[in-house]
Ligand binder design. Structure first.
Ligand code: F6R
Length: 267
């Protein structure tokens, strides 16, 4: 298990800084594996909240390797993804359902009915019910043992984008249909043939409230694109303009895994 070069408590949770992105991802995978193994030993299910994007790809790669070596079973694992573009078909290679199949689900023998990704094909009139249903399924599974998060360049978590809601209201945001922030669609353009125009304007996202309700939260941020958002989330006041700063309200259960570049502006 890679060791951090520096670690300390911040107002937004424990911070571990690793020498390289690879080491931060390995440590994140090992932390997820520990949750799976401890649930297996106690003969209970493990319930994971999962993220997509470029950051966790190496995390999933390591989990797949551990599974292939026989060290990690996924038969008792139930997963809930943070978000999905809207509208999008699950068979579209850019959908987050397709991403999860490609990077994790297809390689670890997880029973398909134990993987949950918000459905980008539900008709708009049924979206609110679908989002409520998704949260009910999570609760019926006993809630999340661990929520894995990335952070947007604009500080978003899931697709809870920066907004001007008062803190108390932001903390109550539920799973819902949202409009994507221009920074988010600009960053997603590389996956849509380099064209921001082709990125869906909307997405379904787990709300701030169900994210913060997870029993533990691991947020992974890598590279210099994330330096500013990380510093603001860890050192600024909690506010909806920088959604990751809302993690300060549940700091005791949050761990930040950073590489040197993402941590570069921390005091
Ligand atoms: C993805 C998600 C997003 C990403 C964030 C960082 O499921 O919820 O919040 O974690 O946009 O994306 P990358 O890792 O591509 O920089």
């Amino acid at each position: 298990m890679p060791q951090p070069t520096r670690q300390f408590e911040s107002r937004a949770g424990a911070v571990c800084i690793f020498e390289s992105p690879g080491q931060a991802c390995e440590a994140a995978a090992d932390r997820i594996a520990a949750v799976l193994l401890s649930a297996a030993r106690a003969s209970r299910k493990a319930v994971l909240g999962l993220a997509t994007g470029s950051t966790p790809i190496a995390v999933y790669k390591r989990l797949v390797e551990q599974h292939r070596h026989g060290a990690l079973s996924f038969s008792h694992v139930h997963t809930y993804n943070l978000d999905e573009f809207y509208p999008i078909s699950p068979t579209d290679p850019n959908s987050y359902r397709a991403y999860m199949q490609r990077h994790l689900f297809d390689h670890v023998g997880i029973p398909p009915n134990q993987t949950h990704v918000l459905d980008g094909t539900v008709p708009e009139r049924a979206v609110a019910e679908h989002c409520q249903q998704f949260e009910r399924w999570m609760e019926a599974d006993g809630g999340l043992d661990l929520q894995l998060l990335g952070i947007g360049r604009n500080g978003h978590i899931g697709f809870n984008e920066p907004c001007d809601l008062p803190l108390e209201e932001a903390l109550c945001l539920r799973t819902r249909l949202v409009s994507l922030h221009p920074v988010t669609t600009a960053d997603a353009a590389k996956d849509f043939g380099g064209s921001q125009e082709r990125v869906p304007r909307h997405a379904l996202t787990l709300g701030v409230a169900p994210i913060l309700a997870a029993r533990s939260i691991l947020i992974l941020a890598l590279g210099r694109n994330k330096t500013e958002a990380v510093a603001r989330a860890l050192e600024g006041n909690p506010n909806a303009e920088l959604p990751a700063s809302l993690l300060q309200t549940v700091a005791a259960k949050v761990r930040w895994y950073l590489d040197e570049e993402a941590a570069a502006a921390l005091r």
